[in-house]
Design a binder for this molecule. Structure first.
Ligand code: NAP
Ligand code: GLV
Length: 331
């Protein structure tokens, strides 16, 4: 009997292949780049499972191309905005993702961006490389403090605003409260009844968070509700000394409005692990600004996280094809 066919949209860590190769026939998209739409539609033909990446749009057209034996779509990511969930539900196709195992790695990148922007690490390094370092400069490369200001009569803690207090948002807050004693405020549609790790945080409105925070970090999933939730009005509410970090999805920010705010010095700076589109064109204005640090979507890029993601993605495929509940379903 033929083994069920699984389409894997890119080479991922071996862990996944070791789990899947004995029971399933694997059709792995070759090369380092995502499949074109035509390659994706041709590649999924006859598959029972699709192991997709966040760059692959999985919708009705892909399901039609695969055929009626398709039972599971497993995303190699925690975000699943690339999948048309309504359509999968209508067709009875199970959808899984890879939560938790990339939380620490992504939170670390958010903190790395926050430090890099606040202390101007990248522009200072660029100046060294360009021969602009002439002397120890008492007034050069001045950045922002992360620790409390204890030079005043009353010690003033820095305030961190977490937009989307889920797994990654909470991990970022724990790092910055534990490390620098920051006061934490957050938004989410529902209050968090308990926060892990002794985190002390207060839920406020988005406007209050934007108006009062020194550092703002975005952690909401991309949805119709969160697309461009940070636009011209919201950037206008922020302090001129505010630092904005985005490790969620590029489309959560209206990028044109961000370029204008950064150019005009409306905020101190931005640290972005994600942007719109990805990859960003090399001539994009964001890349010309020394108050913006942009990374190529590397939040989960550690071996520990990527191996664990590969394992979770494979376990979802295995369970889906065997008609068992997925161990890591998209809720
Ligand atoms: P999560 O645990 O589901 O957290 C998302 C949080 O956002 C939830 O607490 C949710 O709370 C809140 N939320 C949802 N809609 C909201 C809205 N309209 N307004 C305010 N809060 C809202 O997810 P996670 O694991 O932390 O991951 C978050 C996102 O990070 C992913 O969806 C993905 O896009 C991104 N990500 C990026 C990388 C990277 O490499 N840069 C890596 C991993 C994840 P309520 O439901 O109560 O609102
Ligand atoms: C990465 O962006 C993810 O959603 O896992």
């Amino acid at each position: 009997m033929n083994k069920p066919l699984v389409y894997i949209a890119r080479k991922i860590p071996e862990t996944a292949f070791r789990i899947l190769e004995s029971e399933f026939e694997l059709r792995i998209h070759p090369g380092d780049l995502p499949p074109s739409r035509a390659e994706l539609l041709a590649g999924v033909r006859g598959c029972s499972g699709i192991l997709s990446l966040l760059s692959d749009r999985i919708d009705a057209e892909v399901c039609d191309a695969a055929g009626s034996q398709l039972v599971v779509v497993s995303n190699f990511a925690v975000g699943f905005n690339n999948i048309d969930l309504e359509e999968m539900k209508r067709r009875g196709i199970a959808v899984g993702n890879t939560p938790d195992v990339l939380t620490d790695a992504t939170a670390d990148i958010a903190v790395a961006l926050l430090l890099a922007v606040s202390r101007r690490v990248v522009s200072a390094r660029d100046d060294v490389l360009q021969g602009k370092w002439r002397t120890w400069e008492p007034l050069g490369w001045i950045g922002l403090d992360l620790a409390s200001d204890s030079t005043q009569a009353v010690t003033k803690r820095k305030r961190l605003g977490i937009v989307g207090m889920g797994r990654i948002g909470a991990a970022v807050a724990q790092r910055l409260q534990g490390g620098w004693g920051m006061e934490v405020v957050y938004t989410s549609r529902r209050p968090r009844s308990s926060l892990d790790g002794g985190l002390d945080a207060q839920r406020v409105t988005l406007d209050e968070l934007l108006t009062t925070s020194d550092f703002i970090s975005l952690h909401v999933p991309l949805s119709a509700e969160t697309k461009h939730m940070i636009g011209e009005r919201e950037l206008g509410l922020m302090k001129s000394s505010a630092v904005l970090i985005n490790t969620a999805r590029g489309e959560v920010i209206d990028q044109q409005a961000l370029v204008t705010a950064l150019k005009q010095g409306r905020i101190f700076g931005a640290g972005l692990d994600v942007c719109d589109p990805e990859p960003i064109p090399s001539e994009h204005p964001l890349l010309q600004l020394d108050n913006c640090v942009l990374l190529p979507h590397v939040g989960s890029a550690t071996w520990q996280a990527r191996n664990a993601m590969a394992e979770r993605a494979a376990r979802n495929i295995e369970a889906g094809i065997q008609r068992r509940p997925l161990p890591f379903p998209v809720q």
